[in-house]
Design a protein around this ligand. Structure first.
Ligand SMILES: Nc1ncnc2c1ncn2[C@@H]1O[C@H](COP(=O)(O)OP(=O)(O)O)[C@@H](O)[C@H]1O
Ligand SMILES: [Mg+2]
Length: 371
């Protein structure tokens, strides 16, 4: 079994007791974590999802797991209150590891994750059977489904205090900080690339004030800090085989933030007619139909909870996240590609990405008044 040592295998045996492992196979095509499905003996017995948490990105694994526990417990309690029947399909369920006190002298008795001998961090969820997810929103109807799924997630957490969560990636969407980083990088020009990107730098920095406004509104208390998912790709929505929404998964980046970030991320990644690293900028264009579908679903679920000021920020979210991503790609290009992985023998990769985000942003700005 790729990536799973013998000693981890023994822990997994204890972890899923009284059920017995039949196989552990790689599952799905997630980019961040390594995911496996643990198949157990007996048709009627539950299977499990085993995940290796990406410890490079998420330094505070305890904080991350505590966030997931708080958020899923809150959603589960709401489902119980509402008398929902198939609760174990409507929210992720973390499966705890109960270690005996005499096991290797450890005295923790209930762990939400486990560190193996090589420092790998592992967790187990209950497997939700008969489900599927889609990588792309390919029609306005699909986008509406995605919007409803993430809108419902927000509705379920509308009475949860976002401030109680740990900020797993500090400053994740702190746009003024990202802008400041770019300014410093421009001043330092560490690898002499600034001369090639003067127009892009100028374009982005001339908009610095406008794109700092969400953080400023938050700091001034004009919009509430909520629980935000921060990875609102359609493939993080689990559907049943008839495409009914079951639940939102991939909760690693759940943290305090503003609701327009979740609309923004879904649209930046899902309503682009081109690729994130499209060399042909003619392909890159904002897809207003996908946006409208998503917003329709999202607001159908959230209209009761949104404050008027917040409702006004939703359409700005996609622009904000696209702007921020352009700033980050350009910053990394000027820095000599230290953050984002670039394709081999492709020194322009981050510049191509930055230009594609700028093109997408221009297209969004053009459509803004219409949407
Ligand atoms: N509890 C679960 N039940 C069924 N399938 C799951 C479950 N958790 C994850 N998956 C599947 O595994 C894939 C990857 O999981 P995810 O948590 O999204 O990891 P990543 O961060 O790598 O995207 C998902 O797209 C989904 O298909
Ligand atoms: Mg995922």
């Amino acid at each position: 079994m790729a990536g799973i040592s013998e000693s981890l295998g023994r822990i997994i045996d204890i972890w899923i007791k009284p059920f017995e492992v039949v196989s552990i196979l790689e599952h799905g095509n997630g980019l961040i974590n390594s995911t496996y499905k643990i198949e157990t003996k007996g048709e009627e017995n539950p299977d499990f999802i085993l995940q290796k948490i990406n410890h490079n990105i998420f330094k505070d694994v305890d904080g991350l797991q505590d966030n997931i526990i708080m958020v899923t417990d809150h959603i589960r309690n709401g489902l119980i209150r509402d008398g929902v029947k198939d609760i174990d399909r409507r929210v992720l369920t973390l499966h705890y590891l109960n270690l005996e006190n005499n096991y290797k002298g450890k005295d923790e008795s209930r762990l939400s994750w486990y560190k193996d001998e090589e420092g790998g961090c592992w967790r187990i969820f209950k497997y939700i059977p008969n489900t599927r997810s889609y990588d792309k929103m390919t029609s306005p109807a699909m986008a509406e489904l995605a919007g409803r799924a993430f809108g419902n997630f927000h509705k379920q957490l509308s009475d949860f205090d976002g401030e109680s969560l740990c900020e797993v990636i500090p400053g994740f969407h702190n746009t003024p900080m990202r802008i400041e980083n770019l300014r410093k990088r421009v001043a330092a020009d560490p690898v002499g690339r600034l001369k090639d990107v003067k127009a892009e730098v100028e374009f982005l920095l001339s908009r610095a004030g406008e794109y700092s406004k969400i953080v400023e509104m938050g700091d001034a208390g004009l919009i509430p800090k909520r629980v935000v998912h921060q990875d609102t790709k359609f493939n993080n929505v689990l559907l049943d085989m008839e495409d009914n929404i079951l639940c939102v998964i991939d909760l690693d980046t759940v943290m305090p933030g503003y609701i327009c970030y979740d609309v923004g991320d879904a649209i930046r990644t899902g309503a682009n007619k081109g690729l994130e690293d499209d060399e042909n900028l003619d392909n890159v264009e904002f897809d207003a139909d996908i946006y409208n579908g998503f917003i329709k679903g999202f607001t159908a679920e959230t209209h009761d909870m949104l404050t008027p000021a917040e409702a006004d920020t939703l359409a700005f979210g996609p622009r904000l996240l696209t702007y921020e991503q352009a700033v980050r790609f350009l910053d990394d290009y000027i820095d000599g590609d230290n953050y984002y992985k670039c394709r081999k023998n492709y020194p322009q990769h981050n510049l191509v990405r930055a230009r594609a985000q700028i093109k997408l942003l221009q297209s969004m700005e053009k459509h803004y008044d219409a949407v």
